[in-house]
Write a protein that binds this ligand. Structure first.
Ligand code: UDP
Ligand code: MG
Length: 323
């Protein structure tokens, strides 16, 4: 019989005291079932990451953990953000688990999909990305900004899966690769796609938040979108360069037009010189800034020190003696 995998559930929590007991109950029921069905190992764990909560989130986690060894927790000294909370939980899970599933604390993502994630993992997938079915549970503004965000990301050349948030399964192998990315501006949903390995998606139902309120204000969402774009694309810099080129082209057309007007004999004195100088230097300045920007973009990409390649496995080197 195959060894049962150890599963880790990773749950970031920021001021979630209102919902945490219910979340813990539901997750425990699911894991208990999976353990009794011998689908997962009895040492599987639920890890809560308290991301600088100001309410009783940590006390709740402590009580849960003292009551049952399936619960564990990590407490941040202050708020470091959702993405860092996820990473902290995942890096802890990497120490002992074969597979880890990240899920929000608010039960918006359908917990009954957990066994399906596990099934896809057992079918050989190292990455299983949860994709939200419909955004009916979200407000009009959230839907609109969400769609605009995905559109912008796509336009900027960022590889992203629409409606995939942070409900996903990652195998130990995937986490080993993730740990090679040292960047501080974390945007996991795009970074995960750089891992490679065998991946698949899984469609799940999105519910409404039943308790507490969203921790993503409009400003926080905007900041998050900016991190997503600027961490994965230097396209905005190229836009400056292109814009400068367009202005120079407009300038050239203006020059041709003024020559034509001169030949036809109706030039306004002084006007062509002023207009052409403004457009010409405007264009030259934008192109210069764009060029400097492109170099800065390259420096930025270098500083991220992302792995140049990721080896999944190798074969046929056993009989080689290393020099
Ligand atoms: N969260 C966090 N740190 C933050 C903001 C959010 O750990 O600074 C957690 C939050 O507790 C929840 C998850 O991230 O478990 C998603 O947040 P939320 O449900 O408020 O976002 P929404 O679903 O409204 O986009
Ligand atoms: Mg939520």
């Amino acid at each position: 019989m195959e060894p049962k995998p150890i599963l880790a559930m990773v749950i970031p929590c920021c001021n979630e005291e209102a919902i945490l007991p219910e979340t813990a109950k539901q997750l425990k029921t699911i894991l208990d079932n999976l353990i009794s069905q011998e689908e997962i190992d009895g040492n599987s764990k639920i890890i809560f990451i308290d991301d600088g909560s100001k309410d009783n989130t940590w006390e709740t986690i402590t009580n849960l953990s003292e009551g049952n060894s399936i619960f564990s927790g990590i407490r941040f000294s202050r708020n470091f953000g959702h993405q860092n909370a996820l990473l902290a939980g995942l890096m802890k899970a990497r120490e002992f688990a074969d597979a880890s599933i990240t899920i929000d604390a608010d039960l918006q993502q359908d917990v009954s999909a957990i066994p399906e994630f596990l099934k896809k993992y057992k079918e050989g997938n190292d990455v299983v990305l949860g994709v939200r079915k419909e955004r009916t549970a979200d407000s009009f503004l959230k839907k609109l900004t969400g769609n605009f965000f995905y559109g912008m990301m796509k336009f900027m050349g960022v590889d992203i899966i629409p409606n995939h948030a942070d409900y996903r399964l990652l195998s130990k192998k995937a986490l080993d690769i993730l740990s090679q990315y040292e960047e501080t501006n974390l945007f996991l949903r795009a970074l995960i796609l750089k891992i490679g390995l065998k991946s698949t998606t899984l469609i799940y139902e999105q519910h409404e938040r039943t308790a507490g309120e969203t921790k993503y204000s409009f400003i926080k969402m905007l900041k998050f979108a900016l991190i997503g774009i600027t961490s994965f694309s230097t396209y905005p810099i190229n836009l400056i360069f292109y814009f400068g080129c367009i202005i120079l082209i407009v300038c050239a057309i203006a020059i041709l037009n003024f020559i034509y007007e001169y030949l036809m004999g109706y030039t306004v004195p002084g006007w062509p010189t002023i207009l052409v100088s403004i457009w010409f230097f405007g264009g030259v300045q934008l192109i210069s800034i764009g060029i400097i920007g492109i170099y800065i973009g390259k420096i930025y990409n270098e500083t991220k020190r992302r792995p140049k390649f990721i080896k999944e496995s190798d074969i046929g080197f056993n009989n080689i003696k290393n020099k």
